[in-house]
Ligand binder design. Structure first.
Ligand SMILES: [Zn+2]
Length: 207
């Protein structure tokens, strides 16, 4: 079985574009890391949680949404658009932690999937990212990918050590970084209560 087949059969993920074996291996390891984390939060249901909330996901390498986002941002970006499609920066393997990057993007899909609204939560709000930011003392408004720190008190903001403090850039990014750092290096979280919040609101509240 190829890695792409495995991603499809185990996780319900679809791959489009010129992914090589290294790209696919990173996707698979990120999936396994997140499954293990989900399993630790809700023993016995890690795999079913992944299938319920992170399937289907469609991965692309580059593509028009990624090109447009990169042009607007002025640097290489990955983007989730509209809800369940991840358009990866074709150079994502050169990032400091490519698996962290994949889990970060999956968090945006999760934000969309866990929202009850029709419009994508990672853009317009209404998902768990808004709730986490309120829990941290902020008030999410406006476009969720560019709305700043949302008034979150400094004590709950991200340190520079956590990926340059990227999670302070917007409410959707706060949530995506919260999940990714919880999986890969919880010491970088602004507060360890974030893991408890994710457990109660993302992994246990929904099955
Ligand atoms: Zn993001």
């Amino acid at each position: 079985m190829t890695t792409a087949d495995l991603l499809r059969s185990e996780y319900g993920w679809k791959i489009s574009g010129t992914f090589n074996e290294t790209h696919l291996a990173v996707l698979l390891m990120a999936a396994q890391d997140l499954t293990a984390f989900a399993e630790a939060q809700a023993p016995g249901s890690g795999q079913s949680w992944m299938r319920r909330w992170l399937s289907p996901v469609h991965f692309h390498l580059g593509g028009l949404p990624q090109w447009v986002t990169t042009r607007l941002a002025g640097h290489e970006m990955s983007v989730v658009f509209p809800r369940l499609d991840i358009w990866l920066n074709a150079n994502f393997l050169t990032l400091p932690n490519p698996r962290h990057h994949i889990v970060h993007e999956l968090a945006h899909v999760l934000d969309n999937h866990l929202s009850t609204r029709a419009l994508p939560a990672a853009i317009f709000g209404g998902g768990p990212a808004d709730r986490l930011v309120r829990e941290m003392g902020g008030t999410p408004r406006g476009l969720r990918f560019s709305n700043g720190a949302c008034g979150i008190p400094p004590v709950n903001q991200w340190a520079v050590a956590a990926g340059g403090g990227y999670g302070n850039h917007a409410s959707a990014e706060y949530f995506a970084e919260a999940l990714a750092w919880s999986v890969y290096y919880p010491l970088n979280l602004p507060t360890p209560t974030i893991v408890n919040w994710l457990k109660a609101n993302v992994f246990l509240a929904v099955r």
